[in-house]
Design a protein around this ligand. Sequence first.
Ligand code: SF4
Length: 224
Amino acid sequence: MELDMFHEVDFEDVKISVKASNVMLMINAYRLASETFDNPLHLGVTEAGPLPSGMIKTTAGIATLLAEGIGDTIRYSLTADPVEEAKAGRILLESMGLRKRKSVDLIACPSCGRAEVDVIAIARAAEAELARRSIPLQVAVMGCVVNGPGEARGADLGIAAGRHRGHLFIRGKIVRVVPEDEMVEALVDEAEKLMAEGVEARLAAADAEAALLAEQDSRAARSY
Ligand code: SF4
């Protein structure tokens, strides 16, 4: 086979790729390749297509194999701007803990009848601003103060929408209450301070009145 031709000339730096455009065929081919060869494997779903289907197919194939410990390098082959391909690969590796986070991990609630702001717009604006500054924190954007801080307690930093104001929290603890139209700006400002000063310093600098204001909003929100 072709691999023997490389061995014959003592060329051992060979990486193998068995890409396919069918996701299950690709997964099974790489599983077989990992059992058959010792060579590193380059993963990809070839000709995956445009967004969002190409992104979903590629992520399904590559993530399944990486979770099984199969694969050494990856490639998103999307019918899209190559910048999107590189971004998708970075996000996948960071999400799976296979690469040190260099950019924001923005989590946001799906929004529901309790939401007091446009969660989608705020989450998108916050993600863009934090990514532009390469802030590697997990940041939560939540639509209400009833469940927001509690559900996002694990996030480094977050904001939940109260009665026309935003509750800024660090690891689930309220540190500031800001006007609704300043939510994104306040989130970015606190993220930069958190990076510079650390969690303990920012919790110590919390606004003394914030917890009381937040409790008032939470009570009001629960009553309707
Ligand atoms: S955090 Fe609030 S607005 Fe968002 S989904 Fe949960 S209950 Fe709904």
